[in-house]
Write a protein that binds this ligand. Structure first.
Ligand SMILES: Nc1nc2c(ncn2[C@@H]2O[C@H](COP(=O)(O)OP(=O)(O)OP(=O)(O)O)[C@@H](O)[C@H]2O)c(=O)[nH]1
Ligand SMILES: [Mg+2]
Length: 331
């Protein structure tokens, strides 16, 4: 496993996942490991770093340092922090690249943050576009297109805020945006159900283009269709992160301990974390990568080739019909 400092350790399969789920990924033959690029966006303190460490089952990232009181009012500008972790999921190697965005929404102008994130995502598309047009291929080229953005929603129990809607709207046509409720153990089960409903109502009312689980009745068997329908109903995923492990009946269990009991991170009754982990690293890793390449990148490429005029899916099809299909970079 490589962390942000480049340190190495062994790749190990998950010891925590309860997963024995349908829809196992179809990429078991990838020898070097399947690259998967994930971005974490959300206000400060919603548990992004803890989520990252929980996902990777090790301390890949350190929590942000708390500024001393004299400097607490100075808002740090947003930046991009990169982590590379080799994972193994269900016998499949995954080269997980995570970009965190500390400083997002901490008081600096949100428009600047939106622009920076959008520019970052588009810059990765530009790199691929340039690579496709190169006569001599760069064998070391690394495709850093963002396959999914996890957008952390504050567990207020109210509804989405303008910043949430704006950001997801801006990014939804450029990448797969998956909304998640951070620190969701601060809501009771009933509050959580209502909060999820309100969020999805807002998403539908404001036409926010979040990632939609595949819905191709012709291509899917009953089990897959059922799984996708169930996942659609779970959105936004309510996550809990932690780094505390206790021993329960000889098995390591990740928990957050409270005076009244424990929240088990990987227990589906307590949080959607394990389900989300499985979606990202197993059942839907292929679809997220495929949609990035075939839909989102194609749309961007068409916009670029049409000199910046906004492209619609029809324009993309037209461009393909005109023979503008690129030599694709391996994904
Ligand atoms: N209740 C609860 N607390 C959490 C959870 N995840 C993280 N925390 C706590 O929330 C605080 C902030 O967590 P971080 O993971 O550092 O949050 P972050 O989003 O990375 O914060 P910044 O990097 O400062 O923006 C820490 O005290 C964590 O222990 C969670 O799922 N539930
Ligand atoms: Mg952090």
């Amino acid at each position: 496993m490589k962390d942000g400092s480049g340190e190495e350790s062994n790749v190990a399969p998950s010891v925590h996942s309860y997963s024995s789920r349908p829809g196992s990924h179809r990429y078991k033959n990838a020898k070097k490991g399947l690259p998967f690029n994930l971005m974490l966006v959300g206000e400060p303190g919603l548990g992004r770093t803890t989520f990252l460490n929980t996902l990777c089952e090790s301390t890949v990232a350190q929590p942000a340092e708390i500024p001393n009181p004299e400097q607490a009012h100075i808002a740090e500008p947003m930046r991009f922090k990169h982590y590379a972790v080799d994972m193994e999921e269900d016998g499949m190697k995954i080269m997980l690249n995570i970009v965190d965005t500390p400083g997002f929404g901490n008081g600096t102008d949100s428009e600047t943050c939106f622009n920076q994130i959008q520019e970052y995502i588009e810059a990765q598309y530009d790199e691929v576009l340039a690579e496709e047009n190169r006569i001599k291929r760069n064998t070391k080229f690394r495709d850093a297109r963002v396959h999914a953005v996890l957008y952390f929603i504050n567990p207020t129990g109210h509804s989405l805020r303008e910043i949430d809607i704006e950001l997801m709207k801006r990014l939804g046509n450029r990448t797969n945006v998956i909304p998640i409720i951070g620190r969701s153990d601060s809501l009771t089960p009933r509050e959580l159900v209502l909060f999820k409903q309100r969020i999805m109502n807002d998403i539908s009312f404001f036409n926010v283009p979040i990632y939609d689980f595949p819905n191709n009745e012709e291509d899917e068997d009953d089990e897959t269709a059922e799984e996708n329908a169930e996942l659609r109903m779970m959105m936004p995923f309510a996550t809990v992160g932690c780094e505390e492990v206790i021993n329960q009946d000889g098995r390591p269990v990740r928990v957050r301990t409270y005076p009244w009991g424990v929240v088990q991170v990987d227990n589906d009754e307590h949080s959607d974390f394990d389900r989300l982990r499985y979606v990202l690293l197993n059942s839907h890793i292929g679809d997220l990568r495929e949609r990035t390449q075939s839909t989102l990148y194609e749309l961007y490429r068409t916009e670029k080739l049409s000199n910046g005029t906004a492209a619609t899916p029809e324009v993309t099809q037209g461009a393909v019909a005109l023979g503008m299909q690129p030599r694709s970079v391996a994904v």
